[in-house]
Design a protein around this ligand. Structure first.
Ligand code: PMV
Length: 317
């Protein structure tokens, strides 16, 4: 067993899915990028011998001991899986989570917390996890909460790079030829990824041919988007986002509020817009030329966005 006396901190970014959500669960590709403007941070400090691991989430106002926490409590589940992966017994420590990522809104809040937790715990125990190990570990946590996650969220957050993701395939980093700006507009409505995924699953059970055709069309959009991003053809991306949004409406995962924000962004000059993530609430994204950022952000707020974040999509190394 490793023991330590120093404090360790790790952070992980939020994320948005640019293209391919839902269809990615059925084997189609998806493109996702980190959002560094929002972060989850986990700090671990030593505690007196015999005290075990205490989990504190300031934002949620919760404090619990690992040994007493229920099986499916998200923080405890992540900590138990990380300790099992590291073959380390429960340390005497206090683990504190803070996050600026809105919960249940498609920005990867839970994924980022699990990622930061795994890294901080490993560092506290004098170990290091590479992105592939962190991603695999967090995927196990996601399975507890989402049932059948594709793996795109844990991959993009662990690598903290734009990724082209296909379920079960090695991760491919995406090189962004010309950086571009996205506005992320929050509907303010929380959405359950599990329920949205189950909704699509039920639709597919009723009408497999129609849903599989929609997934194929989304896959084609993603492949086209990859080409545009890698070749710097930013103008092609807007219409592809619009196409993807229409296909997501057909899948039944948009909402009135999402459609209103998408429409408002386009009307104010965005090159394209779509919902992002599980849908039914959560966030939408809009591709915006730099000189129109303020104008489109204002239009999103006027249309009822609870929060608007601007982020630049770029390759960082
Ligand atoms: O709620 P989010 O943003 O984490 O969306 C998950 C993306 C889905 O494609 C809907 C599900 C998945 O596991 O890929």
């Amino acid at each position: 067993m490793n023991t330590t006396t120093s404090v360790h901190t790790a952070s992980a970014p939020g994320k948005v899915i640019l293209f391919g959500e839902h269809a990615v669960v059925y084997g189609q590709p998806a493109i996702a990028v980190p959002v560094t403007q929002v972060q989850a941070t986990v700090t671990i400090a030593p505690a007196p011998p015999g005290s075990g691991l205490t989990l504190v989430a300031h934002d949620l106002g919760t404090r619990s001991s690992l040994s007493a926490a229920p099986e499916d409590e998200p923080l405890a589940a992540a900590a138990r899986l990380a300790l099992a992966h590291l073959s380390n017994p429960e340390p005497d420590a206090t683990l504190t989570v803070t996050s600026t990522i809105p919960i249940a809104s498609g920005l990867g809040s839970g994924t980022a917390v699990s990622t930061a937790l795994a890294r901080a715990l490993a560092a506290f125990l004098g170990r290091r996890l590479d992105p592939a190990q962190v991603s695999a570990l967090v995927f196990e946590v996601e399975k507890i909460h989402h049932g059948t996650p594709s793996g795109v969220d844990n991959t993009v957050v662990a690598y903290a790079q734009p990724v082209y993701f296909v379920r079960g395939c090695p991760v491919e980093r995406l090189s962004v030829r010309i950086p571009f700006t996205l506005l992320i507009g929050d509907t303010g409505t929380r959405s359950s990824t599990r329920q949205a995924v189950e909704r699509v699953q039920r639709g597919r059970q009723r009408n497999p041919a129609r849903y599989d055709a929609l997934f194929d069309q989304i896959g084609d959009v993603v492949i086209e988007a990859r080409r545009a991003i890698e070749s710097g053809d930013v103008d092609a991306l807007g219409p592809l986002m619009d196409d993807n949004h229409e296909l997501l409406i057909e899948l039944g995962v948009s909402s009135r509020k999402l459609d209103d924000l998408v429409e408002a962004a386009r009307f104010a000059g965005a090159l394209g817009a779509k919902l992002s993530g599980a849908g039914r609430g959560g966030n939408m994204i809009a591709l915006v030329e730099d000189d129109l950022v303020d104008q489109v952000a204002e239009a999103l707020e006027e249309a009822g966005a609870a929060r608007v974040i601007a982020t630049q999509v770029t390759t960082t190394d």
